[in-house]
Design a binder for this molecule. Structure first.
Ligand SMILES: [Zn+2]
Length: 105
């Protein structure tokens, strides 16, 4: 794992360089759905990859990466937080109900 870290970091860096920053500080990819990346034979969403690399996190299969900014195209590690699938649903409900994520303000 450790020997792949440099390679992973370089990949995550290049994913982030290929985004543009919007008015919310989101680093958004120029894709219409969340960008996927392939690393060592696994394909995963770029935001999940970036989160794991920058936060050196190991994430279980039943855990999801939540977007505090509610922009699924965003790969800004500061906007990402790990949670359960249930948390993710609650975020959606909160967002639909209130239009904002109060934690993030
Ligand atoms: Zn964002």
């Amino acid at each position: 794992m450790a020997e792949h870290y440099e390679e992973a970091l370089a990949r995550a860096d290049s994913l982030i360089k290929n985004t543009s920053e919007d008015e919310n500080g989101c680093l958004v990819t120029d894709t219409t759905s969340p960008r996927k990346t392939r690393f060592r034979g696994h394909q995963l969403p770029a935001y999940r990859f970036v989160y794991c690399v920058f936060l050196r996190a190991v994430i279980g299969g039943d855990e999801v990466i939540r977007h505090r900014c509610h922009n699924r195209l965003c790969v800004n590690p500061a906007h990402l937080v790990v949670g359960s699938k249930a948390d993710n649903k609650r975020d959606d409900w909160d967002y639909w109900a209130n239009g904002v994520d109060y934690d993030y303000l």
